[in-house]
Write a protein that binds this ligand. Structure first.
Ligand SMILES: *Cc1c(COP(=O)(O)O)cnc(C)c1O
Length: 344
């Protein structure tokens, strides 16, 4: 597969904006900066942030074992996904493939960008239906989204089937690994050389506990990363976000310990949910949430709201009739949830 053939002609021809910070590199502290019309009085944020987030990427590169040239950072993974649409999908011409029930942003971003959507529902056990997916594609199908572990179902997709899709789908395959740190499955971030059409997205919003700073991570071949770099807004990751991310990532084992605690709490939550009489099915989870089928999801959702507990009602999603999604909270929060479920 030739990645260059997949890139939109407009993007290929693009001359990207060159910011003051792009044009001059190699700054040292004793230099005088009069190039970017900034306010000269120091307050910690009076200068534009590093458009390439070099220091933060170096830390991520070390933690994840991926060279910095294979990493792009965005204002949440939502921005990263939007960049992928704009690089590869021609408005009013191209289409993407999504596998519902799954993360809603893929179709929202498709709609915003005037891109068609082909939906191929997951099987009863929430796995991709490989033949149906390949049959549904045409020459305008540019991106296939695989969310694994999947939201809202919580399960990981079968690795062998994902490999078939990567080999046979004639476009970009985005594997959304927002929940990978909770999973027993291996990440795909080290497999770019095998699959040139692979883009993996991760985020600091879930396992790393930084939803508030908005930091999404994209791993792909240097070729794909350089295309995305040309279209990203120059200062898309702000200075405070870069600082906070580095501060938290530098605390040894912080995320690892929290992930372990969340996984223990997930087991407790699942076994307690089994004792709730209106819960009829609990789906296996490889993430920090649990999907469960109940007698009447909307009724139970409203009852919980009345008691001040907010969960997610997924009953309108295909294949998720009467399903509720519970995020794993602290031990105390989960106890409140369970005792409330048992009292209603
Ligand atoms: C939460 C979530 C994200 C995270 O998006 P951010 O913009 O990085 O916060 C991405 N994908 C899925 C499937 C999610 O559930």
């Amino acid at each position: 597969m030739n990645i260059q053939d997949l890139i939109r002609p407009t993007i290929k021809a693009l001359k990207s904006y060159s910011s003051a910070r792009d044009e001059f590199q190699g700054a040292t502290d004793d230099m005088v900066f009069l190039d970017a019309n900034e306010n000269p009085y120091e307050n910690g944020v009076n200068r534009y942030p590093d458009p390439q987030q070099r220091e933060l990427k170096t830390i991520l590169s070390r933690i994840k074992g991926v060279p910095t040239q294979n990493i792009l950072l965005g204002n949440g993974s939502d921005e990263v996904l939007d960049l992928v649409f704009r690089a590869f999908c021609e408005p009013n011409v191209d289409n993407i493939i999504t596998l519902p029930p799954t993360y809603g942003m893929y179709s929202v971003l498709a709609n915003i960008n005037a891109i068609g959507i082909k939906s191929v529902q997951l099987s009863d056990d929430f796995q991709p239906q490989v033949d149906k997916i390949l049959d549904s594609t045409n020459s305008e199908s540019k991106i296939l989204f695989l969310c694994s572990p999947n939201n809202p179902t919580g399960n990981s997709f079968n690795t062998a089937e994902m490999e078939i899709l990567l080999n046979k789908f004639n476009g970009i395959v985005v594997i959304d690994e927002a929940y990978i740190d909770f999973s027993t499955e291996k990440s795909w971030i080290h497999r770019q050389e095998e699959f040139p059409n692979l883009i993996v997205t991760q985020t600091l919003s879930k396992a790393y506990g930084m939803a508030g700073i908005r930091l999404g991570i994209c791993y792909a071949s240097a070729e794909i990363i350089s295309v995305l770099n040309r279209i990203k807004p120059p200062y898309n990751v702000n200075h405070l976000t870069q600082l906070k991310a580095m501060e938290q990532l530098n605390v040894n084992d912080l995320a690892k310990n929290q992930i372990n605690d969340i996984l223990k709490e997930r087991d407790v939550l699942i076994s307690e949910l089994e004792g709730v009489d209106f819960v009829s099915k609990i789906y296996p989870s490889d993430a920090n949430f649990v999907l469960a089928k109940v007698d009447d999801a909307t009724k139970r959702y409203n009852q919980l709201i009345e008691k001040g507990i907010v969960i997610r009602n997924r009953t309108t999603q295909p294949g998720c009739e009467n399903c509720l999604r519970f995020t794993v909270g602290t031990s105390e929060e989960n106890k409140v949830l369970i005792s409330t479920l048992k009292s209603i």
